[in-house]
Design a protein. Sequence first.
Length: 447
Amino acid sequence: MAVMMQAFYWDAPQQEKQEGNWWNVIGEHVEALSKSGISALWLPPVSKGYDNRSMGYDPYDYFDLGDYDQKGGAKTLWGNRAELEALIAKAHDNKIGLYADMVINHNSGADEEEVNPLDGQKRWTKFNPKSGKFPRDWNSFHPSRFEQVMVEGENFAGFPHLCHRNPDVYKAMFDYARMLIEELGFDGFRFDFAKGFGSWMIGVLSKYRYVKDGQEFTPFVVAELWSGTEEINEWIDRVNGMTDNQISCFDFPLRYKLKDVCDTPNYDLRNLTDEGAVVAKRPMHATTFVDNHDMGDNAIVNDKMLAYSFILVHEGYPCIFWYDYFNNGLGRGGTPNGIDALIAVHHTHAGGDSQILHADPDLYIMQRVGYKSDVVDQPGLVYVLNNLGDKWSGTSVKTKWPNQKFRPVAWDGHDTAHPDERTTDAEGNAEFPAPPRGFAVYVPVFE
């Protein structure tokens, strides 16, 4: 029932000539995004990085949100603290949550080199940030006197790698997290490069008893663990063992399947029916997505709406990419052919279990069986994905709904003609077609 948007892409402010103004740019879209059904925005790292043109994935001063004249200027690439606070307030006024990007494993932009006496190596590890908070030296990084294991997790790009077992580092990470939640008003965290440090650190930051608006608050947490299904599932089991099952991961295995659907000719749609995705076994812990700022040359090139249709009708917490929605023009508000129509379906109908009704190399049909409670009424849907590039395709399937009329509410493909309404027979059977290299979503009509 929720849809997240990644509210940036790589070098977005430079590409759109909005250096130092991105918080305001997002703010201009907040009201419209709320009306389109966006529930939360994932924001880029808010702290000052290596310089003031940094995306923030190379943190220098965690507590400089664009107000200290250092590393080339005062503002970050995104803006300053006052503009960030204004964005958060406006988002909350429009019932949109905010997730902060947490980069807590590596740092950059140190002021001096130092020799680490444990291994004799010289590194850039002396940090004297102008905020006056979290100064650090060699003992804040690996290797450190606070551990016997030299590095816990993978290193990233040769950057100094924080040692969270150092009490000063440990405390600084809590101070930073508390600032984001309790002072700024963020509603959750996205942890960057979760392979780079112990899962226990995410666990303890997640389970801290934050206080927000006078009430104890539990943040939403999603981790970027860029790996396969087995490693992600093991990581989720490990971290959620200490956090009351609140942490999810981005579903990279599903994303690569969807890239094949879109970009690999004659891809076999039966591959979508196996358990090779996080969402297949643990939908409550899967954040599904199509592309993000890291994909670069691996971005989906063809028929991207096929992938968006899949994540917005299946289980999981779907994440929309700003660049696709705005720059690639896939939002398509006011039409049945874009992301907006699929978001509406997600909120109103995509409830209950997913049940695959048909799968062959070129045709995939699924039903969501529906879900109803005192606060939610999602009656379900039928979803059709057609891999054939030259014709409409569908087949008769047995749904859970006998003698039921269905109307198409979202569709797209190489032919955007309006699909016809469908009515099942007394046993729930009907044929549901979709456009060539396209999809169609049908919902039950109760008269």
